[in-house]
Design a protein around this ligand. Structure first.
Ligand code: H79
Length: 577
């Protein structure tokens, strides 16, 4: 009862990528010269003839492919995705299809993609290309739903096939035929691309390199490509994606090189996000924005090296692992598994010095130790079963101080393959959060566009309560940082459980400090819904009705129209026995 669907990563086509878990994203192009990010041409409406002049001075003499690849290796990354062409239309490789490229249009005259392909091959890193297939502000006939170069070109005069057949496909062919095997093609911003053209580009790529993976942003039609790219900086919640997925993430708040943005994540923050992502079965694609001189900024490089040192001590718990078998997000860290092993990644600032308690591991554990401990000193533990609750309890005695920096991995060696209890279960800490992707969502009222009435849906969770008592119920929403709260919930939410019914207009009652999935540009907000008392432990049900519950199987992705507010969870906080 209440067991969540299990998704095994068994597809051999994506196996190298899902095993890799961690990759380097590189945003490098002509825009680096202006040091205002990769959207500068669009934001400043720079005419094509002006923008082209940047190429005349672009001479990244310090570019050293081997050094970049070495940095990726040092960071523990297994693949590189580099912008072969971004929205500005400038090819960072030698293209015969368009002279607006780094070899023909700059004094530099070298092909960095060739040099990277060589360096990657030597180092055993998989090379992959980002290619902006729809947005191209340089080409007169590219056509995107929203973000076109309207200062040089007239939309009415566009003839899309001239771009599609004359630049996009020929350049993709160059990338897939001149640089050896390409691990994956990373497409972006497919707004306006028809379903037929989406299928055309997928077939075109697979026809040239059948093993080259394609990310879901190749099309806004759901289900295309081999795996899901979440929104920029969006971390998936467990249960959200049935296919393999990744989070593309910035180290600061920008992709292309900029001198303006100095909001950097620390190495510790990156490690916590990495374990959060891989604990849910995802990949992390972490970005750097090299300078016009061809170097990776030291502020980025030093963080990556520190992350890499941590990964080297904990590689068994990362590469080739599966995400957590437990649906609940752990506030203290994450879980990964491989045959015969369970790894519990504990944030040092949440170190449970009086012992780690894990529920739901059915199967005998043989040995437990800290993965970073070179002596693998065994930690004492006890396994018990609460028969009435069908609750399997593992209690581990931890050393007083964490054994590693930032996050300490506790390795469990299993005497037998565990049969995990996948029921959504309250944690030993008392934490109990009902995430929306773990609910079964049904439609209560169709939307009526003419009348301006949105669809109404109901989410239903089944969960195992361990600690009966009175609970404060809180709605957790992610609010886009540029939004004001009033009006975001136009109608009350209705919550029902065990005979209680709470009807609430959600208020902005405070920021939630504890939402590891929440990323810029969102802020996690709590809204009090009221109190409920459960007198008995065991399996309970809770339903929530709201027009903010989204269609769980939409036909289009809407990553570029980030919702003003996302209803993410109901949190239950115990206030009284
Ligand atoms: O390559 C990186 C971004 O350039 C690209 N995706 C990542 C991986 C991206 N393309 N489109 N978008 C992101 C979303 C567009 C956001 C916009 Fe804006 C809001 C465009 C105009 C307003 C961001 C903010 C860019 C200019 C201002």
């Amino acid at each position: 009862m209440g067991e969540q669907e299990v998704h095994k990563r068994s597809d051999p086509a994506t196996a190298w990528w899902t095993d890799a878990r961690f990759g380097m994203f590189i945003h490098w192009g002509l825009y680096a010269a202006l040091a205002k990010g990769e959207w500068v041409m669009y934001a400043d409406k720079i005419p094509v003839r002006e923008y082209e002049k940047l190429a005349g001075d672009f001479n990244p003499q310090q570019f050293d492919a081997a050094a970049w690849v070495q940095l990726a290796k040092d960071a523990g990354m297994k693949y590189i995705v580099i912008t072969a062409k971004h929205h500005d239309g400038f090819a960072m490789f030698h293209s015969k299809a368009d002279p607006f490229n780094i070899v023909d249009a700059t004094p530099f005259g070298r092909d960095p993609m060739k040099e990277l392909a060589e360096a990657c091959r030597e180092a055993g890193i998989v090379l992959c290309f980002y290619y902006s297939h729809v947005i191209d502000w340089h080409h007169p006939h590219s056509l995107h739903k929203e973000h076109n170069n309207t200062w040089d070109y007239n939309l009415a005069e566009k003839h899309f096939p001239e771009y599609w057949e004359g630049k996009a496909k020929p350049q993709l062919k160059e990338l897939l035929t001149s640089y050896g095997p390409v691990g994956l093609l990373w497409f972006d911003t497919a707004g306006g691309l028809s379903e037929a053209d989406s299928r055309d580009i997928v077939a075109f790529v697979k026809g040239l390199q059948p093993d080259c993976l394609i990310n879901s942003r190749v099309s806004h039609f759901i289900g295309m490509g081999d795996y899901v790219s979440k929104g920029d900086n969006e971390i998936g919640m467990s249960g959200e994606d049935q296919r393999p997925w990744e989070t593309p993430m910035t180290l600061n708040q920008s992709w292309g090189y900029t001198t303006r943005d100095q909001v950097w994540k620390t190495a510790e923050a990156v490690i916590k996000k990495l374990v959060n992502v891989i604990g849910k079965g995802g990949n992390l694609l972490l970005n750097v924005g090299p300078t016009p001189e061809g170097t990776i900024p030291e502020l980025s490089a030093e963080r990556l090296r520190e992350v890499g040192e941590w990964i080297r001590r904990n590689s068994d718990a990362i590469y080739g692992t599966e995400g957590s078998p437990f649906p609940a997000e752990l506030e203290f860290g994450a879980v990964t598994t491989r045959p015969g092993r369970v790894y519990v990644h504990v944030h040092n600032d949440k170190w449970p010095a009086d012992g780690l308690v894990m529920y739901g591991i059915r199967g005998e554990v043989s040995r437990i130790y800290c993965l970073a401990d070179p002596k693998k000193k065994e930690l004492a533990f006890r396994q018990t079963v609460d028969e009435a609750l069908d609750l399997h309890v593992l209690k581990v005695e931890l050393p007083a101080e964490p054994a590693d920096e930032h996050v300490t991995v506790i390795a469990l060696e299993m005497a037998e393959e565990p049969d995990f209890d996948r029921t959504l279960t309250q944690l030993d800490s008392g934490r109990l959060q009902l995430d929306v992707p773990l609910a079964s969502v049904t439609l209560v009222r169709e939307d009526d566009e003419a009348a301006g009435i949105p669809a109404l849906r109901q989410a239903e969770w089944t969960f195992k309560l361990v600690q009966p008592g009175t609970y404060e119920l809180m709605l957790i929403s992610f609010k886009r940082h540029d939004q004001d709260w009033p009006g975001l919930y136009p109608e009350p939410v209705v919550l029902e459980t065990d005979g209680s019914c709470l009807v609430t207009d959600p208020a902005e009652d405070g920021e939630d400090p504890d939402s590891p999935s929440c990323q810029h540009p969102y802020i996690p907000i709590r809204s009090r819904l009221g109190q409920v008392t459960w007198l008995e432990p065991g399996i309970h049900r809770l339903t929530l009705r709201s027009s903010k519950l989204k269609d769980p199987s939409p036909k289009f992705t809407e990553i570029w129209h980030a919702d003003a507010v996302k209803l993410r969870a109901v949190r239950l906080v115990r206030v009284q026995d």
